[in-house]
Design a protein around this ligand. Structure first.
Ligand SMILES: Cc1cc2nc3c(=O)[nH]c(=O)nc-3n(C[C@H](O)[C@H](O)[C@H](O)COP(=O)(O)OP(=O)(O)OC[C@H]3O[C@@H](n4cnc5c(N)ncnc54)[C@H](O)[C@@H]3O)c2cc1C
Length: 294
């Protein structure tokens, strides 16, 4: 690892000032689970690490007006065990529980997971299906970016130099809605997904037909993505075999996976179709339970 200066600011303004002062030579560090590995592999050689760990106001999980706000420094483990999320948005707690091992979940953060932009990660998939928004700060300003427009390419986001993620805002599901996260990982329980799918389904009054659905995919393209063609088939439909098959086939046409040690591109495409059907079935069931009770 290269020698570096380590700064531990206490406020977001101090972080932003340090980033401005050091320019390209600076990197923020949150949990360090990805950045330290990249530094050891000499893929990045920052001269200055700006730690977020002592920065006030970047942690915490709060419910506000129909939304949940996750501070950027919230750890995966905090999301996984949050009583608020288990009650109000269990799919999010469940998704973060599926990440790696408990040791990694104690360190890795919500902001780090998004900024790292590895398309094989779990949280971005569910956050995208839930229509989350990323809160970004820079010196003298802030902006909010829909997560569906946040990723640009492998390990690349729309964050500009000098910007950091301060929080992620997640709308709660409306009435008569359900959500599910399906992580297909045939190798070991702590591996990255071979294919990951998150789905939400909102039912029409009466509870039989779908009013709206969102489907997000991970591990099958340079970025996590919404399966818009699959989503378009769902409003007004009932969840029969034909529909689920058609949605899976439509999603298959939207992916662009790599062949790697987790499977060939062709295999991942086939498994996308299967997992989309599974995630929609589970989300549909959850939506029905939300109307009728368990
Ligand atoms: C062995 C192993 C297995 C893993 N398996 C999985 C898995 O199955 N599924 C999964 O989802 N994840 C998995 N992870 C975690 C994941 O790959 C990342 O390591 C993790 O999400 C990064 O979070 P962090 O807080 O540690 O980020 P860091 O390592 O601190 O930072 C990562 C990048 O994000 C930037 N950054 C961090 N915070 C911010 C911020 N607030 N604003 C702007 N930029 C920021 C840093 O500058 C750096 O470029 C695994 C990690 C390891 C080491």
């Amino acid at each position: 690892m290269n020698a570096f200066d380590y700064q531990a600011p206490r406020t977001v303004d101090e972080v932003l000032a340090l980033l401005r002062e050091h320019g390209d030579d600076a990197r923020v560090i949150a949990g360090g689970t990805a950045l330290v590995t990249m530094m050891r592999q000499r893929l990045v050689l920052p001269g200055c690490l700006v730690s977020l760990r002592d920065v006030a106001g970047l942690g915490g999980i709060e419910a506000t007006k129909g939304e949940i706000r996750l501070g950027a420094l919230t750890t995966h483990r905090e999301v996984e065990v949050s009583p608020l999320l288990k009650e109000r948005l269990p799919v999010l707690a469940e998704t973060f529980r599926r990440v790696a091992t408990v040791r990694i979940r104690h360190m890795a953060t919500v902001g780090g997971s998004l900024a790292h932009a590895d398309p094989n990660q779990d949280p971005p998939v569910t956050l995208m299906a839930l229509d989350a928004r990323v809160e970004v700060r820079r010196a003298g300003g802030r902006r909010e970016v829909p997560l569906s427009a946040f990723f640009r390419d492998y390990y690349e986001t729309v964050l500009e130099p000098g910007e950091i993620i301060t929080a992620v805002t997640v709308p709660l599901l409306s009435a008569a809605s359900g959500a599910a996260y399906v992580k297909f990982l045939p190798r070991s329980a702590e591996d990255y997904a071979t294919v990951a799918v998150a789905a939400t389904v909102t039912l029409e009054a009466g509870g039989e037909r779908c009013r709206e659905a969102r489907v997000a995919l991970g591990s099958v393209a340079p970025t996590p993505l919404r399966a818009r063609a699959a989503e378009a088939l769902l409003p007004g439909a009932r969840p029969d075999e034909r529909l689920l098959h058609a949605a899976g086939e439509a999603a298959k046409g939207e992916v662009n996976p790599l062949t790697d040690h987790r499977g060939s591109a062709a295999y991942k495409r086939e498994m996308t179709a299967v997992m989309v059907g599974r995630a929609l079935t589970q989300a549909w069931e959850a939506a029905r339970r939300s109307i009728r009770g368990p």
